[in-house]
Design a protein around this ligand. Structure first.
Ligand code: FES
Length: 246
């Protein structure tokens, strides 16, 4: 059977949706259809991909208005009686067609304080950790940096607070460091000020689009917000800090 695809074509200076019709078969994903259109009808169609297995995070786009990995979105999940709408991520500058410039994310990552382990627990230079503490951060390390959570986050997408908020991806990254049983770095001040955790109002949009099913809001962002609240707003701790600083 044939299916129709409305694909955004253009670059930063402008563009428009173009309609393509292509043969589809059972088991095809959106990225298959895009490759077929690229091969048969639009050789200059720009699309970023790499693994085609949901693990590299390259093929992020908006499919029928929802942030998705094109390689993991089966055509059978979509209503093919209407054209499938394909657009680039809206939260990042467009390079061409379905490809956006996500380099802002890499500059954010560089600014987050790195892993700083405590001194080794044993004379042979090794550490001792509880498995449950490792399990807790393991979830965060599943992130493939597809940036779908950044794309759907209204603080970035609508309000464009790129200079004040690091977005859910990097709150997850910070959580993985902060909750690591060996880490002794202090990122609370950065989280509150430069990294803008207060801007997140826990709508859970990020959690709902994560292809790795990371419980971004409940397991990463809310515990970090609690740590920031404990540090800066707990009256007993504030009093304690006041006395200590005298
Ligand atoms: Fe790697 Fe889709 S091509 S995640």
């Amino acid at each position: 059977m044939k299916a129709d695809f409305h694909i955004w074509r253009g670059d930063a200076s402008g563009g428009k949706f173009e309609m393509y019709s292509t043969e589809v078969a059972e088991g095809m994903v959106v990225l298959d259809a895009v490759h077929q259109i690229q091969a048969e009808q639009a050789n200059d169609l720009a699309v970023r991909w790499n693994c085609k297995a949901g693990k590299c995070g390259s093929c992020s786009a908006e499919v029928n208005g929802l942030p998705k990995l094109m390689c993991m979105t089966r055509l059978s999940e979509l209503p093919l009686d209407k054209p499938v709408l394909l657009q680039p991520l809206k939260a990042f500058p467009l390079i061409k067609d379905l490809v956006t410039d996500v380099s802002w994310n890499y500059s954010v990552k560089k600014k987050i304080k790195k892993f700083k382990p405590r001194a080794p627990d044993a004379k042979d230079g090794t550490w001792r950790m509880y498995q449950q503490d490792i399990d807790r951060v393991q979830e965060f390390r599943k992130c493939i940096e597809c940036f779908l959570c950044q794309d759907v986050c209204h603080v970035l997408r609508e309000h464009q607070l790129y200079d004040r908020f690091i977005g859910p991806r990097f709150l997850v990254y910070t959580a993985a460091l902060e909750m690591h049983p060996l880490d002794i770095e202090d990122r609370m001040d950065d989280l509150k000020k430069a990294n803008g955790i207060g801007y997140c109002n826990i709508t859970k949009c990020c959690t709902s689009v994560c292809p790795e099913d990371i419980t971004i809001t409940d397991n990463a962002i809310i515990p970090l917000k609690e740590r920031v609240a404990d540090r800066f707003y707990d009256p007993v701790k504030r009093l304690f800090r006041l006395f200590r600083s005298k």
